[in-house]
Design a protein around this ligand. Structure first.
Ligand code: HEM
Length: 235
């Protein structure tokens, strides 16, 4: 077995996931214009009933958002150099041609299947990937960018709400907050399916609990990372 995720990264991933899912669903329920409801007015009514009205729902949203920001602040203070920086380097190591090829072929393999691709004369082999595959890198970039957008605009909204002369700032914050949440509402179901539920991803899902992946899985899914670890030469 090979270590893939540290204990602190696993803790951050799951506490982040719980906070995110609560914030996303409660955030959508907070939209008071029914025509902007991405799920349904029934969804907003359900949350308002569950938490005890829109005022308490907003309070719960702000409290969970505050806990999420504090967790990340502490994590970044202690693990910036050792974990956050290598993570940022890894996800920004983009190779446009090969990443695009990976996304298109992976998408086709999961939808029409390899047999149909071969019948259409298409190549099915995926370009070799490093620690993260192209899809994970794009999803992680979206998560980091929207997290920053949500945290900054969320903090500004809490502090500027009710102050005279801040109406235009608040309007901008609401728009950016909504766009970041909207982007992640599209990216997250894809991330959850691709990282945890897609065929063959069982070892990746288990690694988000145990921290380890089998060698054979890493060699097949992340051959460039496997090589970087110097494991390929030992075989
Ligand atoms: C029930 C919800 C979720 C499930 C089942 C899930 C599953 C996973 C799994 C299995 C991995 C490991 C992939 C690998 O090792 O190759 C992963 C990584 C990751 N996930 Fe999630 N995830 C969920 C929610 C979220 C949310 C809400 C976010 C962010 C908004 C997120 C962001 C990430 C990021 C940035 C990574 C890479 C981080 C790392 O490797 O340390 N995930 N996820």
């Amino acid at each position: 077995m090979i270590r893939r995720h540290s204990r602190s990264a696993i803790f951050m991933h799951w506490s982040n996931a719980v906070c995110w899912l609560f914030l996303l669903f409660s955030g959508f329920a907070l939209l008071d214009n029914p025509s902007m409801q991405p799920i349904s007015q029934g969804w907003a009514d359900f949350w308002n009933g569950l938490i005890g009205g829109p005022y308490r729902l907003l309070n719960a949203h702000v409290i969970v958002g505050g806990v999420w920001v504090m967790l990340y602040t502490v994590y970044l203070l202690f693990r910036f150099k050792g974990e956050a920086l290598p993570f940022l380097k890894e996800i920004s190591d983009l190779h446009p041609a090969s990443d695009m090829t990976w996304c298109v072929r992976k998408g086709l393999r999961l939808t029409i299947g390899e047999k149909a691709m071969r019948r259409m004369g298409m190549e099915t082999e995926l370009p070799a990937q490093s620690f993260y595959n192209a899809g994970q890198k794009l999803a992680a970039i979206a998560a980091v960018a929207s997290s920053a957008g949500l945290a900054v605009t969320g903090i500004l909204m809490v502090h500027a709400a009710g102050d005279a002369g801040t109406e235009s700032l608040l309007q901008w914050c609401i728009l950016i907050h909504f766009l970041c949440a909207g982007l992640m509402a599209i990216v997250l179901p894809i991330h959850i399916y691709m990282a945890a539920l897609a065929p063959g991803e069982g070892p990746a899902l288990r690694s988000m609990f145990t921290g380890f992946v089998p060698r054979a899985f890493a060699r097949m899914h992340n051959p460039l990372w496997y090589k970087k670890l110097g494991l390929g030469e030992k075989e």
